[in-house]
Design a protein around this ligand. Structure first.
Ligand code: ADP
Length: 582
């Protein structure tokens, strides 16, 4: 029992500890989930920008020339920005020159894409805003983006790129044989991500780079004079992509969240239009603009599109409650089982103790029952042998005592044998007349001292009952013997009554006396084997506790029931209810 209790307590403590630890880990879990989402978003964006970063600058036009074009001819191809697929997350590509005078911005939307007027208008606004910002950049800012060194770029490709907006393309084609093997130093800056709000508040995310070409003296062939206005002064171009803000700050994070978040985790955008659920939650914040590496112009914009990972702690609590309930159920069952076990153990130990006590009493009683007649027999036998009793009357008295005591001994032995015989044998009860059997038994009911004046019979005429004469005889002799022993009739006193009558489905045999009666708490047990009221040390009457047990066994053998109750006016009534024969 103690190990079970200790185990239960340890298990419970572990359960509570796990719950606390799980709750304590929730903020960290939320941070973790936020980190996973940012990493997932970053991965997608980086992949997109990596691909865009590898795109050569001269493809930002309606046409371009392959850098590896062979021979004297220039190859003129439609740009992939016009014809190629447009990756998810990109609204369009753009390019504009940063010169003394602001030039037009060129947009490219890729192939198969619907250019809605609305989008076009929005992009026009966005890019003219962006161009103005770039135009306002100071020299220092511009130079700061131009780190590293310029790389040589085929002159033919550069000139095709520059001529696509002018009428000089035919000149480029003409001069192409002279451009073979010639290059121009072209500087390409790193991609730079910027996030800002247009004048009307619309959020804009642009990733762009700067291209700077500055021909040295002699880079242009003398035969290609017509290229001079195009390239002699060099050029500075800003080109890049307009990122789809809705994709970047809304669709992408939720897509990533769907794949990375756990059961009770949820990504929410703290949008006033979207109320937070009532459940207890823990949050971790994501500032996607900053997390995606965008440079923010206005400090307030850092918070733009802020997202939160919410963890619903209700689930943890509910799980804990479920586990505790299950634990309590099991604990209750175990306690009940243990209590029942203890009760059964207590009962069985008690029964064993009682049985042992009864056996002890029986042995003491039998020893006494044997010793008394044996010593009487021996004493009288010796006296007769020694010739102490010469008077024939006295001798007769002695002989009769010896015979009486011998009878007592055989009754005792007979009783013990009868008990085991009755337990084992099966008796076939027969319909019989109970009164007739009792009448026949009357001579056997004489007291040892002679006579049966202490008995009175009230045998009412009744129907036949299921009996055997052996059972009726065993029952009656034991009950009468007990009545004489425990409720002896004093001279002139009320005799012991033996009566029969019919009651319901039974025929009753009752033996009623005016003795001390049987206490209520002993009424069941006196029919047990070897059970005697009180203890052997204090009892004055002799006996072995077998008499009433034999009565009960005889009754059972014919399907009858033995019981006892107090008699009104004092004494007890022993009753045997025989079944009526049908
Ligand atoms: P025994 O007579 O050998 O003690 P029994 O089985 O006959 O054993 O009786 C069991 C107990 O029931 C007796 O010890 C006695 O205390 C009680 N008892 C039996 N008959 C009577 C009776 N007629 N009146 C009062 N007590 C009785």
């Amino acid at each position: 029992m103690v190990p079970t209790l200790v185990f239960g307590w340890l298990y419970w403590r572990e359960l509570v500890r796990d719950y606390d630890a799980e709750l304590a880990a929730v903020p960290e879990d939320a941070e973790d989930a936020a980190r996973r989402i940012v990493a997932g978003m970053r991965h997608r964006l980086d992949r997109l920008l990596e691909e865009e970063g590898e795109r050569p600058f001269h493809q930002y036009g309606q046409i371009f020339s392959a850098v590896d074009a062979m021979g004297d001819e220039v190859s003129i191809l439609p740009s992939p920005l016009v014809n190629g697929p447009r990756p998810q997350g990109i609204l369009g590509w753009f390019s504009f020159d940063l010169g003394e005078t602001a030039t037009e911005v060129d947009f490219f939307f890729g192939a198969g894409r619907q250019k809605s007027d609305e989008l076009l208008q929005s992009l026009t606004l966005t890019l003219s805003d962006f161009r103005d910002r770039k135009a306002k950049e100071g020299l220092l800012e511009r130079l700061s983006q131009l780190e590293g060194s310029a790389s040589p770029f085929p002159l033919s490709a550069v000139s095709v790129h520059r001529s696509f907006k002018s009428e000089l393309l035919s000149c480029v084609v003409e001069c192409s044989p002279h451009m073979v093997g010639r290059t121009l130093p072209v500087f390409t800056s790193e991609l730079h991500s910027q996030f800002f709000r247009r004048a009307d508040g619309t959020p804009v995310a642009i990733v762009s780079r700067r291209i700077l070409a500055k021909p040295n003296k002699g880079d242009l062939p003398p035969e290609a004079d017509c290229l001079r206005p195009l390239l002699e002064d060099g050029f500075t171009t800003q080109q890049g992509i307009v990122v789809d803000v809705d994709w970047l700050l809304r669709r992408l994070p939720f897509e990533v969240a769907a794949q990375t978040l756990g059961e009770s985790q949820e990504l929410i955008s703290l949008n006033p239009a979207q109320p937070i659920k009532e459940a207890p939650t823990v949050f971790a914040h994501i500032l996607p603009v900053v997390a995606m590496g965008f440079e923010v112009e206005a400090p307030g914009d850092e918070d733009f599109g802020r997202l939160d990972v919410a963890i619903n702690t209700d689930n943890i609590r509910l799980r804990f409650e479920k586990q505790s309930k299950r634990f309590m159920g099991v604990a209750l069952m175990m306690v009940l089982t243990m209590a029942a076990g203890m009760a059964l153990l207590y009962r069985s130990v008690n029964r064993e103790l009682e049985q042992a006590h009864r056996m002890q009493n029986f042995v003491a009683a039998v020893t006494h029952e044997l010793r008394t007649p044996l010593s009487t027999i021996r004493l009288h036998g010796e006296m007769l042998l020694e010739g102490w009793a010469s008077d024939p009357k006295v001798q007769r008295e002695y002989y009769s005592r010896i015979v009486r005591e011998t009878n007592r001994l055989s009754t005792l032995v007979e009783n013990v044998l009868q008990k085991s015989r009755l337990k084992e044998s099966v008796v076939e009860a027969q319909p019989g007349d109970l009164n007739r059997v009792i009448e026949a038994l009357k001579p056997n009911l004489q007291a040892p001292e002679g006579g049966s004046a202490d008995l009175s019979f009230e045998l009412e005429a009744g129907p036949r009952a299921l009996i055997t004469s052996e059972a009726v005889s065993g029952i009656l002799s034991n009950l009468v013997e007990n009545a004489r022993k425990y409720a002896p009739v004093s001279p002139g006193g009320e005799p012991i009554q033996i009566r029969t009558r019919e009651e319901g489905e039974t025929v009753l045999l009752e033996v009623a006396d005016r003795g001390p009666g049987v206490p209520a708490e002993e009424r069941e047990r006196i029919f047990d084997a070897f059970y005697r009221i009180g203890s052997e040390a204090t009892r004055t009457t002799t006996g072995t506790g077998l008499g009433l047990h034999l009565v009960a066994l005889h009754a059972e053998s014919v399907g009858a029931r033995a019981s006892v109750e107090n008699r009104s006016g004092g004494g007890s009534v022993f009753r045997i209810a025989f079944l009526k024969a049908v």
